[in-house]
Ligand binder design. Structure first.
Ligand SMILES: [Zn+2]
Ligand SMILES: [Zn+2]
Length: 386
């Protein structure tokens, strides 16, 4: 079968033949890949041209965002059956630390975890993969066509779940019982700023907007660009951070309850900490790539963080629970933002165009997807958004 990734001694993305995997343990399933998402991490790995294959091979299969169909199940598989549409998780625990032993490898303490398609474990830019049932989540009927977005949504699910967990320190939240952080309507009376309107930022925004949170989005794209249009269509107020200074942005947003940083934009991320209001929470999910020095009044910033009980924290990766949360939210996301989500996947590439898919993305590009075997074969569902 074919695979897309990196090959020892060659620069850039390559296509090569590999052996089709088979079920090796009784709890494994064999999955036919339907679609895979391409994101900044994939482009970063290709750009760096560095990889460590799991078994000392001379190739590495990329891809960590996938949707597929179960083709075969091992004798001890309990919750999946042949024909199920599924999404695989990314990280595989170290098997040593407490978080990994509790299926929370996103909090791994040893750093010895592997990640499919990213680090020391082959990914999903290929025709088939086999894995343990524990790492494969079933997609509900009707949202199959959006399921390729499950992984980036799960990153936001984790970040937002953490925010809600932290804010349980204020169980009353506001005067409205229904706006408590443990209630479905928790977004009421709250305002948020999302930094970055790439696919991660927009998916985070969609979750915050699902229950009507008042939201701002800061991005450097021009007003008429697709990503800004998508953010506005989801009800956010757009702030062009190329035009407005950080101080002006703080003026515009006023005191915020939540900031979600999804761009890895170091300077802006730091300069906007003062936009947090009293008892506010700031989560960083973007990973800055280049070294950058930032000059700011650190004492004032820290004084505010302390005197206003603010929490600034980072959140990386996601575990099975967050994938399940993303899939639980997909039907509501489709219902609320269906037409917007259908514009979300801006670039679809047949797998034969893998080189083109890894050229510098167009400015209008939001999310790129590889069509591997495609849905046409065996699956039909009302989730066809396009
Ligand atoms: Zn671990
Ligand atoms: Zn309220």
């Amino acid at each position: 079968m074919f695979a897309i990734g990196l090959k020892r001694g060659l620069e850039g993305i390559q296509r090569f033949e590999v052996e089709k995997p088979s079920i090796q343990q009784e709890k494994q399933v064999l999955v036919r890949v339907i679609e895979t998402g391409i994101d900044g991490t994939d482009r970063h790995v290709v750009g760096a041209n560095r990889f460590e294959p799991p078994g000392g091979e001379d190739f590495f299969i990329l891809g960590h965002e996938a949707v597929g169909q179960v083709e075969e199940v091992g004798p001890a598989v309990r919750n999946l059956k042949v024909g199920d549409i599924v999404v695989p998780t990314v990280r595989r625990g170290c098997g040593l630390c407490a978080p990994c032993l509790h299926n929370m490898s996103d909090y791994c303490e040893t750093g010895l975890f592997t990640e499919r398609g990213i680090d020391r474990h082959h990914g999903y830019f290929t025709e088939y993969f086999a894995d343990e049932e524990d790492y494969i989540v079933k997609v509900p009927e009707g949202v199959e066509r959006l399921a390729v977005l499950t992984e980036p949504i799960s990153i936001n699910e984790k970040a937002i779940a953490e925010i809600r967990h932290i804010q349980e320190r204020l169980p009353w939240a506001c005067a409205h019982h229904e706006h408590r952080y443990d209630k479905p309507g928790w977004t009421g009376c709250k305002s948020a700023l999302v930094i970055g309107a790439g696919s991660l930022g927009l998916l985070g925004l969609s979750l915050l907007r699902l229950d009507g949170m008042h939201a701002y989005v800061a991005e450097v794209a021009p007003e008429e660009s697709l990503r800004v249009k998508l953010a506005k269509d989801m009800g956010a107020r757009y702030i062009n951070s190329k035009v407005e200074s950080s101080a002006e942005i703080v003026e515009i947003t006023g005191n915020l309850d939540i900031i979600l940083e999804a761009a890895g934009a170091t300077r802006l991320a730091l300069e906007l900490i003062p936009a947090l209001g009293k008892n506010g929470v700031y989560v960083l999910t973007g990973i800055p790539q280049k070294e950058q020095e930032v000059c700011l009044d650190g004492s004032k910033m820290l004084r505010d963080v302390v005197s206003e009980n603010q929490v600034v924290f980072g959140s990386v990766n996601s575990n099975r629970r967050h994938f399940e949360m993303a899939l639980e939210h997909l039907p509501s996301l489709l219902e609320s933002f269906g037409p917007i989500f259908s514009k979300f996947i801006t670039d679809r590439y047949p797998i034969t165009e893998y080189k083109k898919a890894f050229e510098a993305p167009d400015k209008e590009s939001v999310k790129a997807v590889f069509e591997v075997s495609g849905f046409e074969k065996r699956v039909e569902g009302p989730g066809e958004a396009a």
